[in-house]
Design a binder for this molecule. Structure first.
Ligand code: ADP
Ligand code: MG
Length: 327
């Protein structure tokens, strides 16, 4: 059991500096220099033990993911991340747990050049709340409300891996769910996709001027593309057979199960965006230049809501929608 002051000192000793942090951890508040001509972009996300991660999850994985899911929101806005704050509610003042947590959290922060500039440390049920701050030039911001009829819908990376990992762990699995199985290497890949998502920051920044609308896939593709459609006043058609799948996911389950995981599973943290068909070549070049798979998965249509179509063109009904708290 370590006192609050000593826990904060442990955090402060490991927090990296940045030139635009005038005053970081240690005062009543941080003083930060926003670059001229840019908007400040702010996002916050909480991870609660037992809801967002198992109580016995590795502390370093919790640390990584708590920052990653926040940075994914900045990626979806086309922003460049700069700073973060960290509110920790800890059941015991366990310094070893905190050190492990910081290993994961600060590894991702260092990778992305993000400085930890403050936070709060309290006693209570295990919960991690992170706020991230970044910048974007006004004309480069990506929003949910810009999708236009005739746009094509794209997604980065692969979908369904994290949902398959949850099935492997038996978390939230319906009693009648078809089995998901994986050999050790595939299992490790799928679990890493769940525990160590990599926010698509470089892609988000590169989409300025190309994408009309963008969102990160955190609650499931159907649910998140639904948010884009609602905000933009349009509908979408998704080609189920076009959804990108990793080799590990293909090996882990049969086609019907895989497609359901890809369309409705959460926690992928890929970017889903819409762009005019005229941008196809530019997006393919961007995918090659940044080594980021980009797949066209559907189109924006007049109307409302997302329709998923099977390979034969018939409408496909999801077994369930994306994750909703209090749902
Ligand atoms: P106050 O009582 O003025 O709110 P605190 O004692 O909560 O100050 O925090 C002291 C300093 O340590 C502040 O600068 C705060 O931002 C920082 N801090 C507290 N907890 C954390 C944390 N978990 N991560 C990063 N900084 C923290
Ligand atoms: Mg405080």
């Amino acid at each position: 059991m370590t006192a609050e002051f000593d826990l904060i000192a442990r955090i402060r000793a490991r927090a990296a500096a940045r030139a635009d942090v005038v005053l970081g951890i240690g005062d009543d508040a941080a003083l930060l220099q926003v670059p001229a001509g840019h908007w400040l972009v702010v996002a916050t996300d909480t991870l609660n033990a037992g809801v967002h991660f198992p109580h016995d999850a590795a502390p370093a994985d919790i640390g990584w993911k708590a920052l990653a899911v926040n940075l994914s929101d900045l990626a979806a806005m086309g922003a460049e991340p700069a700073w973060c704050t960290l509110s920790l509610s800890l059941p015991t003042g366990d310094a070893a747990w905190l050190d492990g947590f910081l290993d994961g959290f600060l590894a991702l922060a260092a990778e992305q050049g993000v400085a930890l500039v403050g936070g709060d440390t309290t006693h209570g049920p295990l919960s991690v709340c992170v706020t991230v701050h970044g910048f974007v030039a006004p004309e480069r911001a990506l929003r949910r409300d810009g999708a236009r009829v005739g746009d094509e819908v794209w997604v980065s990376g692969t979908l369904g891996d994290a949902a398959a990992a949850l099935r492997l762990l038996g978390i939230g699995t319906p009693a009648d769910a078809a089995p998901v199985r994986a050999a050790p290497a595939e299992r490790a890949f799928l679990l890493a996709r769940l525990h160590r998502p990599v926010p698509r920051l470089a892609l988000g920044r590169a989409l300025a001027g190309l994408a009309h609308a963008c969102i990160d896939v955190s609650d499931g593709l159907l649910a998140d593309l639904g948010h884009v459609c609602r905000a933009s006043g349009v509908g979408a058609e998704l080609m189920l057979a076009e959804l990108p799948a990793s080799p590990a996911l293909r090996a882990a389950c049969e086609t019907g199960v895989r497609q359901a995981l890809q369309a409705t599973g959460g926690d992928d943290y890929e970017l889903c965006f819409t762009a005019a068909p005229a941008q196809r070549a530019a997006l393919e070049a961007l995918a090659a230049a940044t080594d980021t798979p980009l797949t066209r998965i559907g189109r924006i249509v007049a109307g409302a809501g997302v329709r998923a179509l099977a390979a034969d063109g018939r409408p496909w009904q999801p077994p369930r929608r994306g994750y909703e708290h209090f749902g």
